[in-house]
Design a protein around this ligand. Structure first.
Ligand code: NAP
Length: 269
């Protein structure tokens, strides 16, 4: 990599800045296309000043993750339509000094799902009502999915269901409803390291006709996915969504289609 005065800088903002797979993935992708770009960790001490740094240092854009996806919004100049309805941002683009927030999580999840199934008319249970679930809920509704939202906290779940126009159920009601569902999506943190033994739905209710996507990427194969695999369901790892949302961001950062095979190679290395 030759860094010079024309090198475009893309940053990463979030608590996982030390361990993110995004550095090798994006830097390999830039190299594969011979693009004069670099992807770097940004350590945030003061979010407002960090955002001003993006603007004033001519940083081309940043990936954004927990805990800044919502907090960063008030420091941006504009949100695109999608980020506006979701109320969370996972990418910031510097358009000649104007900082615009976007969100690629919903489209990333759709791409991951479409590798295994179609969406239109499918009965889908989406567990969770946090940032990722919000992004996915809108994307699934856009595609004509027949959606039910299930969440531990009724208020946030009800609010999301009302906003996207679908049914809400309590998380503990998923057991009963899942029998009639085509697709089950876990967008909660249940099953995430270090509580890897937790299941958001009891395994006896999982049947072979279900397609199961678990957003959790640590561990790669969650207990939910293990149980679903044993029942011969089609399973989709969270890392497929991770890949696709990054692929979509690559195009936003560079204006060029991502070298998907190269990004996949790094992800599975
Ligand atoms: P978030 O905004 O903090 O939302 C967390 C969700 O988990 C909420 O619905 C919350 O429910 C639920 N939850 C938390 N503890 C729970 C418990 N003990 N029992 C039941 N539900 C519980 O987080 P997020 O950004 O949406 O992320 C959610 C998951 O998706 C994380 O595992 C994250 O790593 C993953 N993710 C993956 C990708 C990918 O590309 N694969 C992208 C984004 C996120 P309440 O409302 O009741 O608190």
């Amino acid at each position: 990599m030759n860094i010079d005065g024309n090198t475009q800088i893309i940053g990463f903002i979030g608590s996982t800045y030390k361990t993110s797979i995004m550095y090798p993935m994006y830097n390999a992708a830039f190299k594969a296309l011979n693009l004069n770009y670099i992807y770097l960790p940004f350590v945030v001490n003061n979010l407002k000043k960090a955002v001003e740094g993006i603007r004033n240092l001519g940083i081309k854009g940043t990936g954004v993750t927990i805990p800044y996806k919502i907090k960063i919004i008030k420091f941006l100049d504009e949100l695109d339509k999608n980020a506006l309805r979701i109320g969370a941002v996972n990418v910031v683009l510097n358009k000649n000094g104007k900082l615009v927030g976007g969100n690629t999580d919903g489209l990333g999840a759709l791409k991951a799902l479409k590798e295994s199934t179609t969406i239109k008319g499918k009965r889908i249970i989406l567990m969770g009502a946090g940032g990722a679930a919000r992004a996915i809920a809108f994307a699934l509704k856009d595609e004509g999915g027949d959606l039910i939202i299930a969440n531990r906290t009724e208020k946030t779940g009800q609010e999301l269901a009302k906003t996207v126009g679908c049914q809400f159920i309590q998380l503990n009601q998923v057991n009963k409803k899942v029998i009639k569902a085509d697709i089950l999506i876990n967008a909660t943190v249940v099953g995430m390291n270090p509580k890897e033994n937790a299941l958001p739905v009891e395994n006896e209710f999982i049947t072979s006709s279900l397609v199961v996507l678990d957003l959790v990427t640590n561990p790669k194969e969650t207990k939910l996915l293990k149980e679903a695999k044993e029942k011969r369901c089609k399973i989709i790892y969270g890392e497929r969504m991770l890949l696709w949302q990054a692929v979509i961001k690559f195009k936003l950062f560079t204006g060029i289609d991502a070298p998907i095979k190269e990004m996949e190679r790094i992800l599975y290395d």
